[in-house]
Design a protein around this ligand. Sequence first.
Ligand code: ARG
Length: 460
Amino acid sequence: MSKTIWSGRFSKSADQLMKDFSVSLPFDRLLFDADIQVNRQWARSLQEAQVYTAEEVEQVERELEAIALDFHRGNLDFSPDDEDIHSATERWLTARLGALGERIHTGRSRNDQVVTDFKIYLREKIQDLHKQVVGLQTVLLERAEEHENTVMPGYTHVRQAQPISFAHYLLSFFFQLQRDGNRITDWRTNHNICPLGSGALAGSAFAVDRQRLALALGFDSASDNSIDATGDRDFVLDCTSLCVQIMLHLSRLSEDWIYWSSEAYGFLAIDQAYGTGSSMMPQKMNPDSLELIRGKTARVIGAHSTLMSLIKGIPTAYVRDLQEDKEPAFDALHQTELSLRILAGVVKTAEIDVQRMRLALHPSVYATDMADYLVRKQVPFRQAHEIVGKIVAWSEGNDKPLDQLSLAEFKQFNANFAADVLDLFKPHHALSHRNIAGGTGPQSVRRQIEKARQLLTSVG
Ligand code: ARG
């Protein structure tokens, strides 16, 4: 019978298929560095509990460092009996230090060890993700500054609604990503709490200083309840949830740009570095980068829903189902980070056709401004809306674009129209009426740019 960390109670080895079924090493090896940190600090805790002497802790720490070096050089082999990265680390330590290695798991369970490792790992990855969020925000801001005076049709229901500035559009994503950044900060506030010392579920029976342990591992405090701490996976769900939220933002921008770069719109061209051709049709340049982001959004949503389903019906405290929490989280983080980097490249290098955007403005896009014009001449809005609606219908029925109507024709619909009605058909006129806070007017956009710049400097 092969020896495992739990074989004392067993009289036979696990079925081979069961072993294969149960190992988590192929994915939880990503937790190796966190596991080394956790072991080093736990060894110090065991000195507080008088399990190790000061010299023994030094020896354990030295050996853990050597194991880390060997691991990263590819000099360590896993054994078929290593169930996970935690049991592998303990086995390597024991192979080098004998009984000293065998003491490392005193007062500890893999249940508190695995959540501690996982939290340390996610904390770092989420910080990397934040850098990429800020990277995309920076590119969006740069392009917004470049296009402060670029006008385009703004769409609702994929139909022309009102003129907007392209900068205003780009900044809308800057502020969406700002909320994503805030969620990352919230993750740390809620979850940077150390579970180690919680044991299997009831708390460690060895008097270690959990506060020291928490701070030494970069946590803000030690958890308050050992059952909660070992069974908690909220920190994983919040991580994939923030990945989903980011991906939803990226996916919507991708969707806009996929059709804006099509022949029908021609508002922008995706740089060749971010497209691909067709195996059959020689003329094609497809926006695959953006389509993949949209596709990967489905994958990240899948990861998040896997975790929700995983947690929904499990009982209190640790159950092995929870081993299934890692792959979806790793994958969601990885795909989200890649998508952020790719989108930053796409946005940075896209060629914007300012002329096409302006020419695409249909005269009817000023219909709201026309109603507002009448309102300024004391016509109640609902009546103004009705009058302009009739003008639009008439212009359509008579095949005469709205901006080609004569003043006499306008006056037939309402006596309040005067010569200045023709000024309404200039995009800058429509924009300049919207300098209200948050509006698309040039002064409002300038203020947004300044605010965005401040927000970026405060991230550092
Ligand atoms: N590999 C396990 C996981 O990732 C570690 C905890 C195992 N604990 C246990 N009681 N079997 O969840």
